[in-house]
Design a protein around this ligand. Structure first.
Ligand SMILES: *Cc1c(COP(=O)(O)O)cnc(C)c1O
Length: 414
């Protein structure tokens, strides 16, 4: 795995090594200085040995680094490493997760194209579809993504792209990825999965039949609250074709510094995500049994409405637990009293932080109704099963007993 510097960003499609080995070894291209750690090429451009070499590079006759908006060796390291972990043919890194979401679709859709998307998506993704794509003459149809009958109805008509998250944010509904994949082939659509909630460790959408995967690397991949980043993974034809061309041109490239932070983060991704998921599974069962909790949602809890589906396609349940605080009989779940109960719980926490990030080493609580899902309105929130008493909890790396004591104290304060 110490092959020559390669500007292609293409990972070996078939590797003899397992993901945990690839996470610390793939994409490592040591320079003549024999450094141990991955080098950080904090450079905006590259020099040519002579004018003819520059001419050949611009003519596309030779493959070499030309400018860091087009490619950078440290960014290549991150791309190759993530592609190897995901088992994808190719990966292209972007400045943020939203740049990945946008480019994954904008690079292949045009006026008159049809996009079929899940109703329950990250707020900014919906804003991109409704406020921009729709204006550009792209038809956007939404489906209840956990309902297979709704997919059958929506994909009876040809489509150009399908876009989902599974599990969804924050209610953790699980989409039947192999089922949608089979329909996507018949509909002629490119099937893209935002795999942030499941993480690269917990779910392999490409193996389940999806065509492409996007990540906000800001979440578990960094996992330590430092940088923003994103990635698009899939076939070399798609990633090194329309995706690469669009990012290079419009400029949402990942910075080399960010790529260096994220390449090092990938070395510990498996350790962090497995530990966080173990604590999340433990606490999800504990929340479910707690009298002050009306509902606990976690994909691998047997009470989850799509438990069998989750077990079939996820190897880890993820690091998030979503709860509804129990309310006295007759309380409006979308009203001020429900919100006040959720706020009392959040404000009483002493270890866990209030923030809107997720996947971090530090545990975090979020009140979706007043922050991340504010724009949906009470009706929109009700449609995806969320209320003012809903709290999303991202479980970090603290000792699980300290977290349990913190949550127990806060639930007593409700
Ligand atoms: C955070 C997030 C994004 C957007 O990523 P940024 O890095 O914030 O741009 C997209 N999808 C999901 C599911 C996310 O959680």
């Amino acid at each position: 795995m110490t092959d020559a510097l390669s500007p292609t960003g293409v990972a070996p499609a078939v590797s003899p090594f397992r993901p945990d080995t690839l996470a610390v070894r793939a994409g490592l291209h040591r320079t003549p200085f024999d450094e141990m750690s991955e080098a950080l090429f904090l450079t905006q451009g590259y020099v040519y040995p002579n004018a003819a070499n520059a001419e050949a590079a611009f003519a596309g006759e030779i493959d070499r680094y030309q400018y860091s908006r087009y490619g950078n060796p440290t960014v290549t390291t991150f791309e190759e490493r993530l592609a190897a972990i995901e088992g994808a043919e190719a990966c292209f890194a972007t400045a943020t997760g939203m740049a990945a979401v946008f480019v994954s679709l904008a690079s292949i859709l045009k006026q008159g194209s049809r996009l079929v998307a899940a109703r329950a998506l990250f707020g900014s993704s919906i804003a991109v579809f409704d406020d921009y794509f729709a204006q550009w003459g792209i038809v956007v149809d939404y489906v209840d993504a956990h309902d297979n009958a709704d997919w059958e109805r929506a994909l009876a008509t040809p489509a150009d792209a399908i876009y989902i998250e599974s599990p969804t944010n924050p209610m953790q509904d699980v989409v039947d990825i192999p089922f949608v994949a089979a329909l996507s082939k018949k509909a002629g659509a490119l099937f893209i999965v935002d795999n942030v909630f499941a993480t690269p460790l917990g779910q392999k959408p490409l193996e389940l039949g999806a065509d492409a995967v996007v990540y906000s690397a800001t979440k578990h991949i960094d996992g330590q609250g430092r940088v923003l980043g994103g990635a698009i993974l899939g076939s070399a034809e798609y990633v090194n074709g329309p995706v690469r061309t669009m990012v290079r041109t419009m400029g949402a490239t990942m910075s080399p510094f960010t790529a260096w932070v994220l390449a090092k983060s990938l070395e510990t991704l498996s350790l962090r995500v497995r530990a966080m998921a173990a604590s999340a599974a433990d606490l999800a069962a504990w929340f479910e049994a707690h009298p002050k909790v009306a509902l606990a949602r976690y994909p691998l809890l047997p009470s989850h409405p799509q438990y069998e589906r989750a077990k079939a396609q996820m190897t880890l349940g993820g690091t998030l637990v979503t709860i509804d605080i129990a309310l006295p009989e007759g309380t409006d779940p979308h009203g001020d009293e429900a919100k006040a109960a959720a706020f009392r719980f959040m404000d009483a926490l002493q270890v866990v932080d209030i923030s809107n990030n997720l996947g971090d080493a530090k545990s975090i609580v979020t009140h979706p109704a007043t922050t991340t899902h504010r724009k949906l309105g009470a009706k929109g929130r009700a449609a995806v099963g969320m209320s003012a008493a809903t709290v999303r909890i991202s479980i970090g790396l603290e000792d699980v007993e300290d977290l349990r004591e913190d949550f127990a104290r806060a639930l007593d304060a409700v």
